[in-house]
Design a protein. Sequence first.
Length: 593
Amino acid sequence: MKMQIVSCPHCGTYLLHDTAECHACGHVLNERAQPQVKSRLLPTDGAVSDDMGECPNCHEHCRTGLVRCWSCGTFLRSDIEEAYRKKQAMSRREVEHIDLPILEASIVTEEDSFQKRESTIDSLMAEYPYSTENTTDDDDFDLSSGAAFGESVEEEFEVSGDLGFALQSDENQTQDEPETFRLLVTEDEPAPAKVTSIPLSVDEPAVKAASLPPVQSDDSPPPVRSVDEPPPSKDEVEAAAAEDLLKIAADEQKDIQQVRKTIRSKDTFIVFCPQGCRIRVKERHRGKSGKCPRCQCDFVVPKKPVPKKSDTAAAPEPVATSKYKKWLSDIRLHTVDPTKLRIKADSLFNECQPVDLGFSESDLLIATLLVGKFGANPKKFPPLRTAMIEHFFKQGTVEQLTVAAKKVLTKELLAQLSMAQPAPIGTESLFADIPVFGTNRIAVKLPKTPDSTQPQYLSFCLSEFRAFVEGLQTACGVEGFGANTEVPLSDEYLTRKCALSSAPVKELTKLNYYVKDPGFKLEVTGWKCAGCGIYISEAARVEAKLGGANGKGIAKAKCPKCTKKFGDLPLYQLAGSDVEKPVEASEPEPVLA
């Protein structure tokens, strides 16, 4: 398909040959296709047109709220333009007016401006007219017209103040000798300067101006440059200045290193993070955790090694006590977002993070050692947990505890703890009796605190929940928590009768809470027939060789009463348990005919 480019007859804009209306000026090129173009307007065109403005300078369309026009740069907001002008006016530096003396063309010419200026006898005498006769001013001494100047090497002259040049006369000079004067180059310090004589003769060459002496250290006296000595070149001055700057920088660096060595006291030492970075820490950081400033890796400062007790008698050390008497580790904390909650079994089982629980007489501490999903980085938790427990053994407070997150529930708040899964007897479940926190798990809803934004729950297996209830009772003084639910707070058994040996067979009740709990170890005590419901102890099954020697074929074995498949329905008890209060069976025992 060929495409042609045409120009708008009205504004000259280049368009495709099938364009119905020019987008620049709105000129209609095809009247038949124009209604179709109008009908294709987007629903947001009105909002876009309302959001457009016009530049007052170039009349270009601009978005409302722009600071400047994108086309010509004109300010579209007067307040911002005014602030911009004020800032520019403030940033300008005003050049102070300096009154300079007006020089006549006869004194300085254009050719002289490119040459080095030299001090002549006339210019020096005009600048420092101390050797001329003055009848109006009251000087220290008067010179007559017949006074002569002599040359002396032994005498020295000290000048105080900021005077750079000084003249001194010599009374011992004879009249036959040419008149001379001595020029002294001194500095701010009142150090004695040697006198250098300069012949006062018209035939002698012009005296060159004295240059500034190089920078010297404080120990050495400032040098005195002779007038006859030529001034240093620009390269020599720059080299000397660079050398002095390098020396100053080296001295400062040496001072800084010395200060750093003094700051590092004996109570600091070096540790290494897991990535091998060197970190200097203080003695007071022992047992605490931190992050490496280079690789952001978590590390724990080792504790101070305890010296071995010698055979000599030593004073007994006081026993360290901690505020928190009981600890539970790796408990699941669920933060539930009601808008994203799915009422489905095990939907919140992995949506949690591990926390440690500390029980004291006054509160319950919920500490998050590391932020992350449950089961991640298991090797990092033991040192952090040890540091936290030692912190409280050293009488540290909760405010001083360094962990990822912490939450304290006082006794008043502990009274508001409630069971969420399973729901208390006679109440409706918030999750419609669906085990969202995990099958056969127990969940407790935490009371709302000022810093909590969403509901939070703690979930336990049976062994963890029993330890949690015991900690609430012994340490916090909260008794009877969870007693109004179906959760077995103690082990309960049913006593069955073996159909083969008439021996009692113990059956653990509410077995579903024990099966997947790593805190319990179960052992088989007997079997139940799936057909007739008789019970056979494990010892009788082994003696009768029912299902083989190890019982793997019990499911397909024939029942000695109903001759049907016996099935796989084992009875369990806790390994090594001693049942003190057995519960009698509520249903009659089937008897083998």
